[in-house]
Design a protein around this ligand. Structure first.
Ligand SMILES: Cc1cc2nc3c(=O)[nH]c(=O)nc-3n(C[C@H](O)[C@H](O)[C@H](O)COP(=O)(O)OP(=O)(O)OC[C@H]3O[C@@H](n4cnc5c(N)ncnc54)[C@H](O)[C@@H]3O)c2cc1C
Length: 400
């Protein structure tokens, strides 16, 4: 029996169309310099090129291919999406909107028609950049304990408070903010979510230097007047609205091609004799093969979740499992590579570093990734709640 998957003639024609378009548009001009490994090292000129690339991709209908056309998506099928993603993966264009793109779920499900046209459409067309403002200095994984306050004043709300660890580079166009709207209401029924322009008076930010220059910030709100039409969902519905975005943040979308394949690339380099290592022999090979197997499982779980998301299969623990396994893989791979490569895994020296510095970045990145998007331990709490191993029994929030 032959299980080989073949694309139809129409799909292959579409692939060629995408390839031709990307060949014409997805090569960053060499004069702008190499794309940096750490996003805060991006130059202003590179950032402007990245923004323009996504604007063109969005207007082509290929940034969010399966989202409805009336909201700026491509109105295309999953088959088209797969082809676009496969072709895009051949280019190294940095991300535009991560993690602010999780606002899409909240706006799509809970936004009014006016909000969808005004806020959602420009995201899907690649025109706007959103930062996601949830975490606070005293409120991390326990997100419901935030204190940033929105007080109603006529048709507006006045926001005061501080957010931190907020990801993004250069400046955002919009902020997706979780705030307390009713301090007297019970936990989870006291919050509101706003999708607000980022340039309102009273909003400021400073850079937060972490072990990877991924672009995290403190953001301050001092008597910021936000209009009522920026409230997404009801005034105290913010927790429910945010759950839909949290599903995406916790891995529900999966990924077809997006997982870093440092182990696969290292195996290739090893085969070509380009790897300096302190470890040799069968034990070293076995360790590398273990890492290779784990990285393959990691990609398969991400693909399985991608398929579930795009075919609208009911999800429960699948998103957090995808996120957790990705983070676990990064940590264990970092340990494996440190043992195998010794100091070569830790250096950025151009002569001695491996895979142009990606191995060294993996050492720092694995540690930092345990705390983006909630934390590594919280993935397990969510999984336990969804498989019935916890005092509370949770179900996944809607994402479409
Ligand atoms: C690279 C990066 C990017 C980020 N980007 C954003 C962003 O764009 N927007 C945003 O709003 N936030 C962002 N964050 C913040 C992120 O969501 C928080 O770091 C995360 O929620 C953890 O919060 P905390 O760091 O304050 O840890 P804390 O909540 O203080 O937790 C400390 C430790 O205790 C553990 N812990 C706490 N409670 C439990 C429990 N019940 N069971 C088991 N263990 C527990 C945690 O796992 C953690 O290890 C980002 C963080 C990082 C590192």
């Amino acid at each position: 029996m032959n299980f080989e998957l073949r694309y139809t003639k129409a799909q292959e024609d579409f692939r060629q169309e995408v390839r031709d378009w990307l060949d014409a548009n997805a090569h960053m001009p060499p004069a702008l310099g190499a794309i940096p490994l750490e996003s805060m090292d991006t130059t202003r000129e590179q950032w402007e090129w990245i923004r323009e690339f996504y604007r063109k991709l969005g207007h082509q209908g290929w940034f969010y291919p399966t989202m409805p056309k009336e909201y700026g998506g491509g109105g295309l099928s999953l088959d088209h999406e797969i082809i676009i993603q496969e072709e895009l993966a051949r280019y190294k264009v940095p991300s535009l909107n991560s993690p602010g793109n999780v606002a899409i779920a909240a706006l799509y499900i809970y936004g009014t028609e006016e909000q969808k046209q005004r806020f959602l459409k420009p995201i899907l067309l690649g025109e706007t950049v959103t930062w996601q403002l949830w975490t606070e200095p005293d409120s991390g994984v326990d997100l419901a304990s935030i204190t940033t306050r929105a007080v109603k004043d006529g048709d507006d709300y006045i926001i005061n408070g501080t957010k931190n660890y907020i990801s993004g580079i250069f400046e955002p166009d919009y902020l997706n903010i979780l705030v307390v709207t009713d301090p007297h209401a019970p936990r989870h029924a006291n919050l509101g979510q706003f999708y607000s322009p980022a340039n309102l008076p009273g909003i400021s930010w400073v850079y937060q230097d972490l072990i990877v220059k991924g672009g995290q910030h403190f953001i301050f709100f001092e008597d910021v007047r936000v209009p009522r039409e920026c409230l997404v969902g009801g005034e105290t519905e913010g927790w429910r609205v945010t759950q839909s975005s949290l599903e995406l943040e916790h891995g529900a979308e999966g990924s077809l091609t997006g997982r870093e394949n440092v182990v696969g690339d290292l195996v290739q380099a090893w085969r070509e004799g380009k790897v300096h290592s302190l470890a040799h022999g069968a034990a070293a090979q076995e360790r590398l093969v273990d890492a290779y197997i784990r990285s393959t499982i990691n990609r398969l779980i991400a693909r399985r979740t991608f398929w579930m998301f795009h075919t609208k299969q009911p999800q429960s623990y699948h998103g957090p499992q995808n996120l957790w396994f990705g983070r676990e893989t990064r940590i264990r791979t970092a340990d494996d590579l440190l043992d195998l490569l010794g100091p070569h895994a830790l250096t950025t020296d151009p002569e001695w570093r491996l895979l142009d510095g990606r191995v060294e970045l993996g050492q720092r990145g694995a540690a930092m990734a345990t705390h983006g998007a909630g934390s590594y331990e919280i993935d397990k709490v969510i999984i336990a709640r969804r498989v019935g191993l916890s005092r509370t029994r949770d179900v996944a929030a809607p994402t479409h």
